[in-house]
Design a protein around this ligand. Structure first.
Ligand code: 6PG
Length: 234
């Protein structure tokens, strides 16, 4: 179980400034310590203003590798593609942005195996995982469905897998590739950024319930050993 600290802001822009500053600090510390930084960023819409701010930071971006913590199985360039949104902010800066999903896998499980193989070659553990949270308590793409147990309790060495959410999330009703809980919780730092009262309530409930939480975010937080900062704006 982890220590959790909430950081509340007046609005999303103020949150973006603060979180971009914190992520920039983590990246620079990793570069100082190890010559490079490898981070996983959240998909979805909430973090986009954070990425816009962060991309403006004076960082040696060539030393930074970024992966999405999860990906919708859609073609690169699709409006639902997390890596496309992340790449828009950071590719022009010279960062290495790695797609988790390639167009060639025959099904979502194969897509997951391919993503895992790709990540096995990456410098590990990750220096940072930034997570968003869904109104249904999902984080990364760990959703209830046939692959739920494997995403939460699969082999520790498995970094990514394919998942078929059931029901399909309305904001992006497609299969996903996600980092496993083991991969997420092994990172050197974890941060969460969310907006709105509903998500705050979900996270507070999830934290109280811990390992027995029906919410994926509760199961993840119950397994993290480092302090986690949760950034929140209305
Ligand atoms: C995804 C995400 C996901 C996201 C939440 C919140 O690809 O769907 O990575 O875990 O963080 O769904 O999304 P919003 O920020 O758009 O509400």
């Amino acid at each position: 179980t982890t220590e959790i600290e909430w950081w509340d802001y007046d609005d999303a822009a103020e949150m973006a400034d603060a979180v971009a500053g914190d992520i920039g600090f983590i990246i620079e510390s990793a570069i100082d310590a190890r010559g490079a930084a490898v981070i996983a960023l959240a998909g979805g819409k909430t973090p986009l203003p954070i990425y816009e701010k962060l991309a403006k930071a004076k960082i040696d971006w060539k030393r930074v590798t970024i992966i999405p913590g999860d990906e919708r199985i859609v073609p690169l360039g699709d409006a639902l593609s997390n890596v496309t949104a992340i790449g828009k902010a950071f590719l022009p800066k010279g960062a290495r942005v790695i797609p988790l999903v390639s167009a060639t896998a025959p099904d979502y499980k194969a897509a997951g195996r391919a993503a895992d193989a790709l990540l096995q070659d990456l410098h590990w553990p990750l220096d940072l995982v930034l997570l968003g949270v869904g109104g249904d308590g999902h984080a990364a793409s760990i959703f209830p469905g046939p692959d739920f147990d494997e995403a939460l309790n699969g082999p520790k060495e498995r970094r990514a897998l394919g998942v078929m959410p059931d029901p399909l999330p309305p904001e992006a009703p497609v299969a996903r590739v996600t980092l496993s809980k083991a991969a997420l919780t092994s990172a050197r730092a974890m941060m969460i950024a969310v907006t709105g009262d509903a998500k705050r309530q979900v996270i507070e409930d999830a934290v109280k319930e811990g390992q027995s939480s029906p919410y994926p975010i509760g199961r993840i937080l119950a397994d993290v050993e480092l302090p986690v900062d949760i950034h929140w704006a209305p």
